[in-house]
Design a protein around this ligand. Sequence first.
Ligand code: GLN
Length: 447
Amino acid sequence: ESYTRINEVEDKVKAFLTLDEENARKKAKQLDESVTEENSGNVLFGMPIGVKDNIVTKNLRTTCGSKILENFDPIYDATVVQKLQQAETITIGKLNMDEFAMGSSNENSAYQATRNPWNLDHVPGGSSGGSAAAVAAGEVPFSLGSDTGGSIRQPAAYCGVVGLKPTYGRVSRFGLVAFASSLDQIGPVTRTVEDNAYLLQAISGVDPMDSTSANVNVPNFLSALTGDVKGLKIAVPKEYLGAGVSEEARKSVLDALKVLEQLGAEWEEVSLPHSRYALAAYYLLSSSEASANLSRFDGVRYGYRTDNADNLLEMYKQTRAEGFGDEVKRRIMLGTFSLSSGYYDAYYKKAQKVRTLIKQDFDDVFKKYDVIIGPTTPTHAFKIGEKIDDPLTMYANDILTIPVNLAGVPGISVPCGFSKEGLPLGLQIIGKHFDESTVYRTAHAFE
Ligand code: GLN
């Protein structure tokens, strides 16, 4: 029972921003009464799900972890939420996140810092920290997160759960509050690879409401879980095991490769030479897109409006000054600067070129190999407070997850052991565009 467990642990973990107990119980009762032979085959039937708070839910508060949306009740459901309803799951509540998905620790939430269930002094990761912590703490078996630069995979690694960022375009973004539209994807966070495949199956597919959702076949992801990886060709980028990656993270990856080798897979070292520029390109591009996307929060259309203004311009300024947190402001400034005339070619355009080179690195490797494997993060979860005053070290945390978003390919994090301090470590498996099946097959065989 999700709410029983939530009552037991939530005051320590702090994963939820809003709980929807009354409606969830109503729905559960309805479902109980509607069990038929037909729907009894639906594995997701009646399953409790937590939803990240940047995915809009009709009449259920959606804050994006920001004060500017403190009292925002959306008037429609995101496509993924509609699909979850069709799959007859039950939405339990909305999960904490870094404000507008900007951050790697959940410390940028305007409301609370979610804690890592394995050790409450450590961060759960971010920005989908609530989504990963709620699953790790047993509050819900399934949750949805969003991943722009690692926000599903990094918290999944830190919390010892399974998190997938699908191929860009696999899942509709309609109703996902945009951070960086060319990078954002919604994805499933679960305890097992099998659960993950079930949830992705339910939310995938082209959507007329999102022109960037791809009109491609959605395969049966479950049938990929064969356990067979014989002859699978794995590439291990040397850049992913280099400086900055802890000895224990490196070892856990090498141990995982041994397991896959014993199962008949083969691996070789490769190079993704432009990886070193990924972090810079990502923070420039994502902040540029964010500066445009967040211009809609002006005190008129949504959420918070200041009381401290005498005219319209002042109202815009004060609303945004009071409503946004420091990290969001930092990125709006960086993004606005890099898009301004005179700087556009030197920064934004250059970063776009770098993005193309990074994508080509992946294309080249995937000509010969089926998957790319490395650690999800350079280290285990850091301590609360450790990086919050130093944005650059915070950004550096995403060095291994960001290239995947820039290339648009799918990537999963699966648990692959523990550090000496007893915190989980994650293995990242990256696949070709729209080949989540091979990613799942590899992850499942290893798991
Ligand atoms: N931590 C990264 C950032 O702050 C990634 C965020 C995300 O994937 N939403 O931008």
